[in-house]
Design a protein around this ligand. Structure first.
Ligand code: F6P
Length: 356
């Protein structure tokens, strides 16, 4: 059964992977611009799962998207379903698009979602991508929307934890999302005045953390707040970690490193330690101004890309411009924190070496 909107040209849109503040801004930017260009936009529900199960919310009108750029989450809902892990998944996706009368598809998501979009493009689907991840680890775009909101939340948490850590003479480990890239821990840690920052890119030695803690005690500060990326790993053989479960894209579910560190450092130093896991609080709720504007601009560009038939590409931020980049160039390449950025952050760690 095919469905038809008020216009001849129909775009399907979906959001995949973890939600990020700014997704609704992209949807609004896309719907309003597409309407002006003569398209109807059909909202697919639950990410790629919606194109397998044929679940949609109908054609979106202007009332439906009014003011949604100020809201968190995604009005289209999301999932971590990978059609390439489902029997005949890609064929079902193509069949569903045909049945829904949608010649065009906009996939908003991270590396997993955009990887699927790239494969579908090679199989003939007129798809364009919009990069999204609070982790900010996607290549070929300077910033992803959602990241600014997430680091603002994490920075505020780190900043606030100073007063309680100081009052009790405690070390507080703050676990920050970010999987295999430490952008969030780095920037939130720098902004929130963390005493030490641990990133997945730089395996840590517990002795270095203890050195900073001891030094702060020697100086009479007698507290520390330490930013720990959830993907932070110890140098080989220095600490035991547990095996973790995986999702359908093979991503490991992380978490627990701050708790382990708090236990081990309390044992080794005798200083009272606590841990806080910020988790989904980082990506929940209203987007910052930066993410609202970036999301909106990407949505506008996505509609124009469809109109210009720039398929197989994604909208991306380069300096202050929104540009179109081939998906092939962007997917499968993790953008991690370069050494120089960590060196800058390390200047503020009080190791006792020339930091009086
Ligand atoms: O990729 C975004 C992200 O928030 C990561 O920072 C985090 O590791 C992961 O998603 C959490 O996934 P879930 O929401 O499935 O628990």
């Amino acid at each position: 059964m095919s469905i038809t909107g008020s216009k001849q040209k129909q775009i399907a849109v979906l959001t995949g992977g973890g939600d990020a503040p700014g997704l609704n801004a992209v949807i609004r930017g896309l719907v309003i611009t597409a309407k002006k260009l003569g398209y109807d936009v059909l909202g697919i529900l639950d990410g790629w799962k919606g194109l397998i199960d044929s679940k949609h919310c109908g054609f979106m009108d202007l009332d439906q998207v009014e003011y949604i750029h100020m809201t968190g989450g995604t009005i289209l809902h999301t999932s971590r379903t990978n059609p390439y892990k489902i029997e005949n998944g890609p064929e079902i996706v193509k069949k569903t698009l045909k049945e829904l009368n949608c010649d065009y598809l906009v996939a908003i998501g991270g590396d997993d979602t955009l990887g699927v979009a790239n494969k579908l493009f090679k199989e003939g689907v007129n798809v364009i991508g919009v990069p999204k991840t609070i982790d900010n680890d996607l290549s070929e775009t300077d910033y992803c929307f959602g990241f600014n909101t997430a680091i603002s939340r994490a920075s505020e948490a780190i900043e606030n934890l100073h007063t309680t850590a100081k009052s009790h003479h405690r070390v507080i480990f703050v676990e920050i999302m970010g999987r295999h890239a430490g952008w969030m821990a780095l920037e939130a840690g720098m902004s929130g005045g963390a005493s030490y920052i641990l990133l997945p890119e730089e395996p840590f030695d517990i002795k270095d953390i203890i050195k900073v803690i001891d030094n702060r005690w020697k100086k009479g500060k007698r507290y520390a707040v330490i930013a720990v990326s959830e993907g932070a790993i110890p140098k080989k053989g220095t600490m035991a970690l547990q095996a973790k479960e995986k999702d359908s894209f093979g991503n490991v579910r992380l978490g627990g490193i701050a708790e382990l560190l708090a236990k081990e450092i309390e044992e080794k130093t005798g200083k009272e330690c606590r841990h806080v896991v910020l988790g989904h609080l980082q990506r929940a709720g209203r987007p910052t101004v930066f993410d609202r504007v970036l999301g909106t601009r990407l949505g506008v560009h996505a509609a124009r890309m469809i109109d210009n038939h720039e398929f197989g590409k994604m909208a991306a931020l380069k300096a202050t411009d929104i540009v179109s980049i081939p998906l092939e160039k962007a997917v499968g390449k993790l953008k991690q924190v370069p050494k120089e950025r960590y060196e800058e952050a390390k200047i503020f760690f009080e190791t006792g070496d020339n930091d009086e």
